[in-house]
Design a protein around this ligand. Structure first.
Ligand code: ZN
Length: 167
C-alpha cells in the first residue's frame, strides 16, 4: 500500500471513532439534561426447591431507590430457560402454592417429553410464566396494586439465579 493510502485509511478510521465518541457523549449528556439515566443491575436469588415462587419486590424496589429514579419504567428480566417471573398476589401465600400446584398438574414431569436433559417440564413452566415483567415507577416507588408482588419463579431448583433490573 502506498503511504498516502495508509495515512488516509488511518485518518478515516480515527475520524469515525471520534465522531462516534462525540455522538455518544452528546446523547448521554442529553439524557442527563432530561433527567434520564439508564441503570441495569443484577439481583441474585437463591431458591430452595425445584418449584418455588420467591417474592423479589423489595429487592427490585431497592435497585430503584439506589438508582435514585423518581419516575420511569422498570423491566425485570430473567435470563434463564427454566425460571420465569410474574406479578400476582403476595398477601395470601396460598395463591403461590395454588399456582405451583396447578402448573404441576398441567405440566407433570416425565410425561414423554423429547428434551434430552430431562427437565422439559421446567422449560414449559418457564414459558407459561414468561421471562419479564414491566412495572411503572412513580415518586421513586414501584406502582403495584395493593396485593401485587413480583415473584421470581423457579422451576428447576434449588439454584442461585440472576435477575436483571433495567430502570
Ligand atoms: Zn433443559
Amino acid at each position: 500500500m502506498r503511504p498516502f493510502e495508509e495515512s488516509h485509511t488511518f485518518a478515516s478510521h480515527n475520524d469515525f471513532q471520534f465522531v462516534c465518541f462525540v455522538l455518544r457523549n452528546i446523547y448521554q449528556f442529553s439524557l442527563i439534561l432530561q433527567g434520564v439515566t439508564m441503570h441495569i443491575n443484577k439481583i441474585s436469588v437463591k431458591t430452595g426447591s425445584r418449584n418455588e415462587m420467591v417474592d423479589i419486590t423489595s429487592l427490585v424496589q431497592k435497585e430503584i431507590s439506589n438508582a435514585g429514579v423518581e419516575d420511569g419504567v422498570c423491566v425485570v428480566y430473567v435470563p434463564h430457560t427454566t425460571a420465569g417471573v410474574t406479578i400476582n398476589e403476595g398477601a395470601d401465600p396460598a395463591v403461590c402454592t395454588d399456582i405451583i400446584q396447578k402448573l404441576n398438574d398441567l405440566v407433570p414431569p416425565n410425561a414423554g417429553y423429547r428434551h434430552m436433559e430431562g427437565n422439559a417440564d421446567s422449560h414449559i413452566k418457564a414459558s407459561l410464566m414468561g421471562s419479564s415483567v414491566t412495572v411503572l415507577i412513580e415518586n421513586g416507588r414501584l406502582v403495584l396494586g395493593t396485593w401485587q408482588k413480583i415473584f421470581f419463579c423457579e422451576f428447576d431448583g434449588p439454584r442461585t439465579r440472576k435477575v436483571s433490573v433495567k430502570i
